[in-house]
Design a protein around this ligand. Structure first.
Ligand SMILES: [Zn+2]
Length: 217
C-alpha cells in the first residue's frame, strides 16, 4: 500500500482542501487505469504507486477549440488553459521558449528551455503544480531534488507564499543550493543520494504536515 496521501492529510483534504479543477475530468493511473477524483490533493495511485495523469474533456474540446484563439493570449504555458487545471496561475513567465535551428543538422530544431525562470524546463511543471497546491490550500511542500526542480520549487513557492522544504545531496551544484536559499526555501543538505533525500521526505512528511512534491508525484 502506497501512502500517496497520509491519513491525516486525507482527512484534512476532505474537510478543507476540496477543489473543483473543473477542466480536469479525473486522474487516471498509468499502471492500472484506475480513475480517481481530482478534487483532493493526491500523489500516486494508492493501489500500485502508479503515476496519476490528469485527464480532460478532449472530445468536447475538439468540437469547440480553434487554434487561432491562442494568438491573442499571453506568451506563457498558461495560454493552453483548456488543457490545464482551472485555477489561478502562479506564473513567472514560464514556457513559450524559442526553437533554434541546429547549425549542424538542417531539419533539427532545438527547444531552448534554459530561458525558463530558474533556467530549466522544471519551471513548467512546478508552475502548474504550485498553482494547484495553492488552490487546494496546501501550505508546506517538500521535495527531494538534485538541482533544477529544487530551484524551480523555491522560486515558485516564494512567488506564491508557500513554504518549500528541499532535501538535496551534499554534492549538488552550488548554484542550485544558493538559488534555493536566496528564494527563502528551507534547504537541508544530505550526506547521500537523491534516494536518501526522498526517504527523508517520505519519513517526515506526515509529522511535519508537508505535501510530497517529488517529481512525478
Ligand atoms: Zn494504479
Amino acid at each position: 500500500m502506497y501512502s500517496g496521501l497520509s491519513p491525516r492529510l486525507s482527512e484534512a483534504a476532505r474537510a478543507c482542501y476540496t477543489l473543483s479543477v473543473s477542466q480536469v475530468t479525473h486522474l487516471e493511473c498509468t499502471k492500472c487505469g484506475a480513475q480517481v477524483s481530482a478534487d483532493v490533493p493526491r500523489n500516486v495511485c494508492l493501489q500500485d504507486g502508479g503515476i496519476l495523469y490528469a485527464r480532460y474533456h478532449l472530445q468536447s474540446l475538439k468540437q469547440t477549440f480553434k487554434p487561432e484563439t491562442l494568438r491573442e493570449r499571453e506568451a506563457s504555458l498558461w495560454r493552453y488553459r483548456e488543457v490545464l487545471p482551472d485555477v489561478e496561475p502562479v506564473s513567472l513567465g514560464e514556457g513559450f521558449t524559442p526553437l533554434l535551428s541546429s547549425r549542424e543538422f538542417p531539419k533539427v530544431w532545438i527547444k531552448d528551455e534554459g530561458l525558463n525562470p530558474t533556467g530549466s524546463f522544471k519551471a513548467r511543471g512546478i508552475s502548474v503544480a504550485i498553482s494547484v497546491a495553492k488552490a487546494y490550500g496546501l501550505k508546506k511542500l517538500a521535495m527531494p531534488s538534485a538541482g533544477n526542480a529544487a530551484s524551480a520549487l523555491a522560486a515558485y513557492a516564494a512567488r506564491s507564499g508557500l513554504e518549500a522544504h528541499i532535501f538535496m545531496p551534499r554534492d549538488v551544484p552550488m548554484a542550485n543550493r544558493i538559488e534555493c536559499e536566496a528564494y527563502g526555501a528551507h534547504v537541508t543538505l544530505v550526506n547521500g543520494l537523491i534516494s536518501d533525500c526522498a526517504r527523508i521526505v517520505s519519513e517526515r512528511k506526515e509529522r511535519e504536515g508537508w505535501f510530497d512534491f517529488s517529481t512525478l508525484k
